[in-house]
Design a protein around this ligand. Structure first.
Ligand code: ZN
Ligand code: ZN
Ligand code: ZN
Length: 130
């Protein structure tokens, strides 16, 4: 659909760690497979589930406040007032990393495993592991 509207959710669970190898799990709730060791872990975070279920936001079409009513993300929501629909997408979690070369703070999307980052300010390269 050409006119589908996506809105990023305001809430996301904290990043969970694999119970086996302590690397980060893919973001989100439910059963997650560790990308590093392959273990399947169940991620639950009741305060976030409550926040997601109760999340209220103005309809992008008519501004009527709509309540999500579910912790599923993404979820398609239909506004009861204008019948318009939109998609509530998962919040993108970012973490802040200090560059070891110049102390600039980089904001990145964490991904499991080790990767190389390059600081845009001083161009030094360094590895981060999640
Ligand atoms: Zn693991
Ligand atoms: Zn509406
Ligand atoms: Zn730097």
């Amino acid at each position: 659909m050409a006119d589908s509207v996506e809105i990023e959710s305001q809430y996301a669970p904290p990043i969970a760690e694999c119970a086996h190898c302590e690397h980060m799990l893919p973001p989100g709730l439910g059963e997650k497979e560790c990308k590093v060791c392959g273990a399947v872990c169940r991620v639950s975070h009741p305060p976030t589930i409550d926040s997601l279920t109760d999340e209220a936001l103005p309809c992008p079409h008519c501004n009527t406040v709509v309540v999500a009513g579910t912790d599923e993300r993404p979820v398609d929501i239909s506004c009861g007032a204008c019948m318009g629909s939109f998609t509530l997408t998962p919040k993108i979690v970012k973490v802040e990393i200090d560059c070891p070369g110049c102390e600039r703070t980089l904001r990145i999307r964490p991904r499991p495993g080790t990767r190389e980052l390059k600081c845009p300010a001083c161009e030094s390269k360094f590895n981060v592991t999640f």
